[in-house]
Design a protein around this ligand. Structure first.
Ligand SMILES: Cc1cc2nc3c(=O)[nH]c(=O)nc-3n(C[C@H](O)[C@H](O)[C@H](O)COP(=O)(O)OP(=O)(O)OC[C@H]3O[C@@H](n4cnc5c(N)ncnc54)[C@H](O)[C@@H]3O)c2cc1C
Length: 227
């Protein structure tokens, strides 16, 4: 077996293979909102992978798992000590009260954040059953506003214009971060098939919706066992 790291797989490089497994992942989906090209708009990849600088007032469009992760990333305080973490969550290591609980210390938020979704209802319902409450509680500690039933009108120099509960308002944010779903990255599929290779799609390249690592790994293992 030959392993090539730090190499972009191109059609030329893959010419002559009988079978090719495309595990190229996803591309973030860009929603159609007036002003989506405004300089204050970032994708979650800009923030998490390209370390874009993010302002103090931020709206996140899309409150799925990635939206929650981005929100937590933006409010997290690097170098937080264990003592600070215990105080924030109201945990008393001296066990002076039942359950080792004490009043949590109020958090001074690092940023003002709005986590928004189009779907009516409270954001976070689709998060994992055992950990979802932690993500929601953590964001509440940091004063993050989690709003459902939002429709997006436009983005301009004033900020993000939305409608919620029949009311029009403008969130005067520095940045709008898009976490509004993903689409499969199959950019090599057609050309590889033209070259005569049989192409198999797995993971995000197969289905981008509701993707989790478990499915991607299972598809890879099952395919490897049959080809
Ligand atoms: C912020 C965030 C949080 C997440 N949290 C969770 C979680 O808690 N639990 C969970 O199960 N899942 C989570 N996921 C989803 C998880 O990352 C995906 O399900 C999983 O990575 C999908 O695997 P994949 O192999 O399809 O694609 P990826 O892991 O995206 O891998 C595709 C790789 O192919 C590379 N590539 C693309 N084209 C080429 C090319 N031409 N040549 C060479 N390389 C190429 C890409 O650069 C990328 O490295 C999260 C995703 C994000 C973004």
């Amino acid at each position: 077996m030959e392993l090539r790291l730090n190499t972009e797989a191109t059609a030329e490089l893959l010419a002559g293979f009988d079978e090719v497994i495309l595990a190229s992942g996803i591309l973030p989906r860009t929603p159609e909102i007036d002003g989506i090209d405004h300089p204050r708009v970032l994708s979650y990849l800009d923030v998490l992978a390209r370390h874009a600088s993010v302002g103090e007032k931020v709206a996140i469009i899309g409150a799925g798992g990635i939206g929650f992760d981005v929100a937590e990333f933006l409010v997290a305080k690097p170098n937080q000590s264990t003592e600070q973490w215990l105080a924030e969550w109201g945990i008393d290591q001296e066990y002076r009260a039942p359950g080792a609980l004490m009043l949590p210390e109020p958090v001074v938020p690092k940023r003002r954040l709005w986590l928004l979704q189009r779907k009516v209802g409270n954001p976070g319902k689709g998060l994992g059953k055992t950990t979802g409450w932690i993500h929601k509680a953590s964001l509440r500690h940091h004063g993050v506003k989690m709003w459902g039933g939002v429709s997006y009108k436009r983005i301009d120099d004033e900020g993000l214009h939305i409608e919620r509960d029949g009311e029009s308002l403008c969130l005067a944010v520095d940045n709008v971060i898009i976490c509004a779903g993903q689409q499969p990255d199959r950019s090599l599929q057609a050309v590889l098939e033209q070259q005569g290779s049989k192409v198999h799609l797995i993971g995000g390249a197969d289905v981008a919706a509701e993707l989790d690592a478990k499915r991607a790994i299972r598809q890879g293992a099952e395919l490897a066992a049959v080809i």
